[in-house]
Design a protein around this ligand. Structure first.
Ligand code: ADP
Ligand code: MG
Length: 704
């Protein structure tokens, strides 16, 4: 890596001594470049700043004023309240920090501060700041008046590094830093024009010295492009290693088994199934290794698609394996696949943890000899001692339930098999491309025809008796049902219904005489399996459960689900729960009984009602996912353990910058295709930017 001046330690910058350098390091700012990219997290201008005079009780405001006086006030209850009076052109107002006497040390009379918070009435109007920023300190020769149109920026700060220090550091150093980053522009003007992007140096200038909101947005867009591009560059490298580095298998398609399966189906494939199969076949018959994710709603026919792919592997002379997260799911797959294969000459084997002794040895021997062509199992498949004769394709069901290492374990054998990862929790394409840029994506966005859609009913606690009556009518017709609760025990949260307590109550009251079983995450695995099996076989009428039933099992005879306290569940989670019913021929009913609205207590207007309304409005998993992303924001998806590390985004917003995702990915892949190591002199700038800005992450991605 070639070091540039931007990679020098912050200590070489003006205004940074050893002490301050240490403080900066504690915030993760080690180099000049880190400081340059330490940009404000919010901006306020005249349109968002309220003159003191106009701040009325009940409003939530942002004000800018000068601190007149301050002090800590003790109260009879022992609570210490810090108060500061601030003044702007229009008047004076008291700011109050109950229980936060330490704020006293942060502000001085004469400081210009920005505060944000609600206006309350307490011996007159006062603001209780949620946030405050010292914009300038009287001593630091700041102007007394802000020129019109001033935008106030708030940097991420720390106790020993308040706002005004960042301001000061940028006053001293920004011009020089911008001149240096100018040399690292890697996008030619033509490409910038094409995507409507400003130069890197202009973007950073406008973020540190904001002139207007349009320029701030343009600056963010540019940094979002860079961020997406470099993230995808790392993912493209992983993809390159996985698919190009060593040759994969080019399967020969004879159609011997595929045709037989086609001919035996009592229905035709949906358009979406046919399309994703073409994508999968194209990957499999090419010499590059397949590394593909198949996503589609519950019941969209993924298993069948996987089976076609497995048969292609088998007719091409290889074995194929399907790995499921639980024993019951593995059995279910084996059972269904067995049905499809009834008249097709292809030997199926099941390998789970429960088979022991001689049976297990025999099964393993058939897998090792190649007598078994299709193998379905749990992670028993990746255990020590399981040998395949010629494993050509690995399918992983409910891929997010497996750790990265488990997923890799099967696909790292030699020769390296193709991989198909399946997910029944659809996420928007833009999100999938960013989170899983190393994979190719196939999407089934269509359900087989003739499905009776599930009806969703939003209900309140008063409706519970009527809902239970409907449930009993269904039980009388021989159907089964689920009752889902957010908690196991009552003590967990006073306001939540708990599965255990309700189980006891229902058993002796509303559902007396029915067969009920209780299932939750604290039961041992084999106990859970035993209960699920009994439910599957119709020995249990009603399953009282927590979200453990979320993934997996299909019981077509279960046609009703009641979800209590749905406000405790995410949208996608609710959709997964609803997916448990509606597999049968009778129309499914999903009743959600909302408790007290979430925001009532905290005053926080959490869009619970929005979420539930969206849930009731559509049965389409992709719409639900888009809505979930809109409501929860991308933060929940990025950085989550299941998706691996290093994907947190600071500038890019998946919704706002959606149009940049495709182009950055194509650009990243094209570059890695021609120069995987980025070793050509022409790519030195990109390489250097990658190393210095994303060095830690690049290592996580195995780049560098
Ligand atoms: P998924 O794995 O996506 O949840 P499955 O593969 O289990 O979905 O399919 C659900 C059901 O729909 C199965 O009973 C399957 O046989 C059936 N099925 C799959 N594809 C079609 C189709 N094109 N037309 C009709 N039924 C289909
Ligand atoms: Mg499935």
């Amino acid at each position: 890596m070639t070091l540039t001046r931007l990679d020098k330690p912050v200590q070489f910058l003006k205004g940074v001594g050893p002490k301050r350098a240490e403080h900066l390091q504690r915030m993760g700012i080690l180099t000049a470049r880190d400081l340059l990219y330490h940009v404000p997290r919010r901006y306020d201008d005249a349109s968002t700043i309220t003159p003191v005079e106009l701040a009325q009780v009940g409003m939530d405001v942002t004000l800018v004023g000068e601190v007149r006086n301050k002090g800590v006030i003790p109260t009879r209850s022992g609570l210490r309240i810090f108060q500061a009076v601030i003044q702007d052109d229009s008047g004076l107002i008291t700011c109050s920090w109950p229980g936060q006497p330490w704020v006293e040390r942060r502000v001085r009379p004469g400081d210009r501060i920005l505060v944000t918070g609600p206006v309350r009435f307490f011996h007159g109007r006062q603001i209780q700041p949620r946030e405050f920023t010292v914009l300038s300190r009287a001593s630091a020769d700041a102007p007394a008046e802000d020129p019109p149109g001033t935008i106030f920026s708030t940097y991420p700060a720390a106790e020993d590094l308040p706002q005004w220090i960042f301001r000061r550091l940028f006053e001293l150093n920004l011009d020089q830093l911008l001149a240096q980053i100018r040399d690292e522009e890697y996008l030619p003007p033509r490409d910038r024009r094409q995507h409507g992007l400003v130069e890197i140096s202009a973007a950073l200038r406008d973020l540190h010295r904001p002139r207007d909101n349009a320029r701030i947005a343009a600056a963010r867009r540019r940094l979002a492009f860079d961020e997406l591009f470099f993230l995808q560059l790392m993912q493209a490298r992983v993809r390159h290693d996985a698919t190009r580095e060593r040759p994969g298998i080019a399967f020969t398609r004879t159609n011997r088994l595929i045709r037989a399966l086609h001919d035996s189906l009592p229905f035709t494939l949906t358009g979406a199934q046919a399309r994703v199969l073409r994508e999968i076949y194209a990957d499999m018959t090419s010499p590059e290794r397949m590394n593909r994710m198949l996503q589609g709603d519950v019941g969209s026919g993924k298993t069948l698609v996987a089976l076609f792919a497995m048969l292609l592997a088998v007719e091409g002379g290889y074995q194929a394996a399907l790995m499921a997260p639980t024993e019951i799911l593995a059995e279910q797959h084996a059972h269904r696949i067995g049905d499809f294969l009834r008249d097709i000459p292809c030997r199926l084997e099941i390998l789970t943890g429960s088979a022991t002794g001689r049976r297990r040895e025999e099964a393993r021997a058939r897998v090792a000899s190649g007598e078994a062509r299709l193998v379905v199992g749990t992670h028993a498949l990746i255990q020590e001692g399981v040998e395949f004769d010629a494993l050509g394709l690995v399918v992983v069901d409910e891929q997010h339930r497996f750790g990265v290492r488990q997923r890799m374990a099967l696909s790292e054998r030699e020769p390296r098999p193709d991989t198909l990862l399946m997910s029944a929790t659809p996420i928007p394409r833009s999100l999938a491309m960013t989170l899983h840029g190393e994979l190719d994506l196939s999407t089934i966005d269509e359900l087989p025809p003739g499905r009776v859609p599930v009806t969703t009913r939003l209900a309140s606690p008063e409706d519970r008796p009527a809902i239970l009556r409907e449930l009993c009518r269904r039980l009388d017709r021989g159907r089964q049902a689920y009752l889902v609760y957010p908690a196991i025990e009552e003590s967990e949260r006073a306001d939540l219904l708990a599965a255990e307590t309700e189980f006891e109550r229902l058993r002796s009251e509303d559902l007396a005489g029915r067969t009920l079983a209780l299932i939750h995450g604290r039961l041992p695995g084999d106990e859970k399996d035993r209960i699920m099996r009994a439910f599957q076989q119709g020995e249990i009428d009603v399953l009282v459960a927590t979200t453990v039933i979320e993934v997996g099992i299909d019981v077509p005879n279960a046609t009703m689900i009641v979800i209590e306290n749905p406000e405790r569940f995410g949208l996608s989670q609710l959709h997964q729960l609803r997916g448990r019913i509606g597999r049968g021929d009778e129309g499914g009913l999903c009743a959600v009984i909302a408790g007290r609205a979430e925001g009532e207590e905290t005053g926080d207007p959490t869009p619970t009602t929005d979420r539930l309304a969206a849930f009731a409005r559509t049965n389409d998993g992709f719409e639900i996912a888009a809505e979930d992303l809109r409501i929860r924001g991308q933060g929940d998806f990025f950085g989550a353990e299941q998706h691996g590390h290093g994907t947190e985004l600071k500038f890019a917003d998946i919704i706002e910058h959606e149009d940049l995702i495709g182009p950055t990915r194509d650009r990243a892949r094209a570059l890695i295709d021609i120069d995987p190591q980025l070793s050509a002199p022409a790519h030195a700038v990109v390489r250097n930017h990658l190393d210095s800005r994303y060095g830690d992450r690049a290592q996580l991605f195995g780049v560098g």
